[in-house]
Design a protein around this ligand. Structure first.
Ligand code: SAH
Length: 277
């Protein structure tokens, strides 16, 4: 009988941003393999004194799966602690396959992704009514090739929110792709370095024209989220389409309208009044 290997999202950096479930698993684990270059060591502070802890930063994928399998043969709970959410750019499936082959049970605990933590740090909303209702999580091509149809230029043609991972050293490529997709030079872009890391977070705001130079000046070369979105800066807008859910004239499952609405009566999509947005 083998123990279970839990892939736990440690969150973006602030140790308080691990889930309660993830923290409990860390406390219960007999062995923890953590992504040392990215996961805050503070997340390990909940580990039991006799827990075996190893850093995976110098290991190959095979050494990591061998380590997890070996420890699962002697402990009930083995944790693979990953940055952000384990399902985003985390080699999750490459590690799950050898565990499946070895008959080791696997579970995944989601984590707060750096995309969400970066938006939170900058007090930005990634969706806004009538501005954009869509987010794309992507990266530009580095050593990992992009599949057909997923170049940043093609994705940026949607003019929705783009959360661009793993690309801060390729800022020239990012800005060229946005230009090629027709984004204007004054389109706002925010770069968040080490979002949520206590004392280390940096937020750089600029435009398509300025962001590359601003990041260079701020010496930001790693662990950063690039957010390009027509929603950025909305906190300071004077006109804002409000969410219908909270509109006094809007009736939905949990609340009747308290004022009549000309706009909603005229709305060709009035049937959407029956739904939550
Ligand atoms: N699974 C992770 C992503 C791992 S890929 C997640 O869900 O967040 C590593 C990339 O994530 C980095 O290159 C950077 O783009 C981003 N990243 C990770 N932690 C970050 C942080 N605290 N602040 C900003 N970006 C971060």
């Amino acid at each position: 009988m083998s123990g279970t290997v839990w892939f736990v999202g440690a969150g973006p950096g602030d140790p308080d941003l691990i889930t309660v479930k993830g923290r409990d698993l860390v406390a219960r684990a007999g062995a923890i393999l953590y992504a040392g270059s990215l996961v805050s060591a503070a997340a390990l502070s909940w580990a039991a004194p006799d827990c075996v802890v190893a850093d995976s930063k110098d290991m190959t994928l095979e050494q990591m799966s061998d380590w997890l399998i070996a420890h699962a043969s002697r402990c009930d709970t083995v944790v693979r602690l990953q940055t952000g959410d384990p399902g985003l750019y985390g080699a999750l499936i490459e590690l799950v396959q050898p565990l499946d082959a070895a008959g080791v049970p696997v579970q995944v605990v989601p984590g707060v992704s750096s995309a969400m933590a970066s938006a939170a740090a900058a007090v930005e909303s990634l969706t806004l009514p009538e501005v954009t209702q869509t987010m794309i999580f992507t990266r530009v091509e580095g050593r990992t090739p992009m599949p057909d149809g997923e170049s940043l230029e093609e994705l940026a043609a949607h003019h929705c929110t783009l959360c661009i991972f793993l690309s801060i050293t390729l800022m020239g490529k990012v800005t060229a792709s946005l230009r090629a997709a027709g984004w204007s030079e004054d389109a706002p872009i925010v770069v968040v370095h080490k979002a949520s890391w206590p004392g280390e977070e940096k937020i750089v705001r600029g435009t398509l024209a300025t962001i590359q130079a601003l990041c260079r000046e701020a010496k930001i070369v790693s662990q950063s989220m690039i957010i390009a979105s027509p929603t950025l800066g909305a906190r300071h807008w004077t006109t804002l389409a409000k969410s219908k859910l909270y509109d006094a004239s809007f009736t939905h499952r949990f609340r009747r309208a308290s004022v009549p609405s000309a706009a909603l009566v005229a709305d060709p999509h009035a049937s959407s009044m029956k739904e939550l947005p």
